[in-house]
Design a protein around this ligand. Sequence first.
Ligand code: HEC
Ligand code: HEC
Length: 285
Amino acid sequence: MRRQLLGAIAMATVSGLSLAAAALAADEDPKLVVNGEIEMITRAPAPEHVPNFSEVTSGWLYRTEETQALQMDDFENPGMLNVEQAIADFNAPAGPEGQSCSTCHESPDVLRGVRATYPKWDEEHKEVQTVEMQVNECVTERMKAEPWDYDGARMVNMSALIASVSRGMPVNVAIDGPVAPTWEKGKELYYTRFGQLELSCANCHEDHYGDMIRADHLSQGQINGFPAYRLQNAGLVSVHNRFKGCVRDTRAETFAVGSPEFVAIELYLASRGNGLSVEGPSVRH
Ligand code: HEC
Ligand code: HEC
């Protein structure tokens, strides 16, 4: 394991991915309060179905004080500009009947609570749906418009808007009933070793969170903060996009954004964060 991690470090350095060493946050138990009013739960008792942790922790805790501060104020959080753009899209008519999201959903605020329960079962389509899939269902089946690119700017922005109105609410994703087989598949993938480095998600995010890897402070790889504004990309990154990056770092062929594999991992990972606050759009380096 150590050898493999060293391999990952060497690989990252070779490909120039390595970042400047980040100073660890000085405050041992920092509190995340956004705009002085939205109190985020960044530590929670681990859900029963996550036996290998006693506590689940937000990725925010692992960032530098500087990066942490950006997420504490909407005027500093660059991801809030994407949210602004999504508000415009929310009111923009499309399709043959010139409907907009607001035709049926009045305002983004009525979608409060949605982010906390996704991915979830869709009875009509008999499938587990992510927020992006649900939005596209509305776009194509209700507005009769062209589908949005799963990982395109419009979709990532809308996903940030939908997350933003749920900020502070604890993630509460169901894992039983009809979603159970997808959840099991996600769990299996989480523990599968990928790529030349033969690393599973768990090898890094479960066995080594809190450690430094290629000058980076490794978190539990939670997704309660997504979409995340990544300073390194100077842009908002969807959860599947983040998965892609992590799979690629094991030197494996990655699954596609929106693929059943990533939907399953998303469901499983979301459930590992049950009890943490919805934070999106978060700020990461
Ligand atoms: C013609 C009416 C209509 C339009 C236009 C529409 N929706 Fe919907 N939307 C619905 C209905 C009805 C549901 C509930 C169906 C369901 O739960 O499967 C829904 C469900 C949703 C949900 C899930 C809510 C939940 O509680 O799980 C989201 C998110 C959503 N819509 C977003 C959007 C966005 C974003 C747009 C614009 C791009 C949009 N919708 C446009 C009718 C519409
Ligand atoms: C070689 C180690 C490694 C492996 C293997 C790995 N990751 Fe990561 N991952 C990282 C690093 C480094 C970061 C950035 C720092 C952090 O948040 O941990 C990261 C970040 C993340 C984040 C963002 C967390 C946040 O709060 O911003 C998610 C989500 C994530 N990984 C999921 C996964 C998944 C899913 C897998 C398996 C498919 C995986 N990772 C495999 C190293 C790894």
